[in-house]
Design a protein around this ligand. Structure first.
Ligand SMILES: Cc1cc2nc3c(=O)[nH]c(=O)nc-3n(C[C@H](O)[C@H](O)[C@H](O)COP(=O)(O)O)c2cc1C
Length: 201
């Protein structure tokens, strides 16, 4: 099994989302002896935001792209290939300001590509081209979002769900590490998430 593990938190060793996603990957590795993991660490190697040249390259047919467009689109092409190549995707991220850290949004901007990861039918409907992927998305947040006063405020999980569906990925399982603001509840939040992860396997 080929697994792509996207890590977002700059917290590295202390990060709740990284600790939880590592447990998940360890469990998957126990289940799949030959698991091949590729790591995309967006905190340590952030992606460039889309610029005018890259966008122009997106909208130029591949055989007409000039040298600077080919250079500009290279990262996006590699990220799309990497996505197609995996069977399972693990996204491990904190929630920031109710949504995605911008490095993770940049990844979505690079892989959401007309003609590569989605297309339009002659009737004008859109169809996702990335098939047969399982996604585990681990999201750590300071507050609680499964119940309580902030229930309506979560812009992270709805975005991920819709953005993945847009490119054809519908099998998405969210695992929350929620309530990490308070040091007392942080320990409980993490151990609850680890228990949830262990129960999955
Ligand atoms: C810039 C920034 C913005 C944040 N915004 C939110 C937020 O909107 N809602 C929330 O519940 N927690 C928010 N937090 C708290 C983090 O989501 C929380 O600390 C989480 O555990 C971080 O995950 P990590 O330990 O994997 O880095 C924010 C933290 C930072 C640094």
């Amino acid at each position: 099994m080929k697994l792509l593990h996207i890590k977002v938190s700059p917290g590295l060793a202390s990060s709740a989302s990284r600790i939880a996603s590592q447990r998940l990957v360890d469990n998957l590795r126990r289940q799949h002896a030959g698991l091949e993991e590729s790591v995309l660490d967006l905190a340590q190697r952030p992606l460039p935001h889309l610029d005018a040249l890259t966008i122009a390259a997106f909208f130029t047919p591949p055989h007409l792209r000039n040298e600077s467009q080919l250079a500009a689109i290279k990262i996006s092409e590699q990220l799309v290939d990497q996505l197609f190549d995996c069977d399972t995707l693990v996204i491990s991220s904190p929630m920031w300001n109710l949504g995605l850290p911008s490095v993770l949004k940049a990844w979505f901007d690079h892989i959401t590509r007309a003609g590569r990861t989605f297309a339009f039918t002659p009737e004008g409907t859109k169809v996702g081209l990335v098939r047969d992927k399982k996604v585990y998305c681990i999201v750590a947040s300071g507050s609680l979002f499964t119940h309580g006063p902030f229930l309506q405020d979560d812009q992270f999980t709805p975005y991920i769900r819709v953005a993945l569906e847009y490119i054809g990925i519908t099998d998405v399982q969210f695992i929350r590490v929620e309530g990490t603001h308070d040091p007392a509840s942080r320990t409980t939040a993490l151990s609850c998430a680890l228990q949830t992860i262990d129960r999955l396997f």
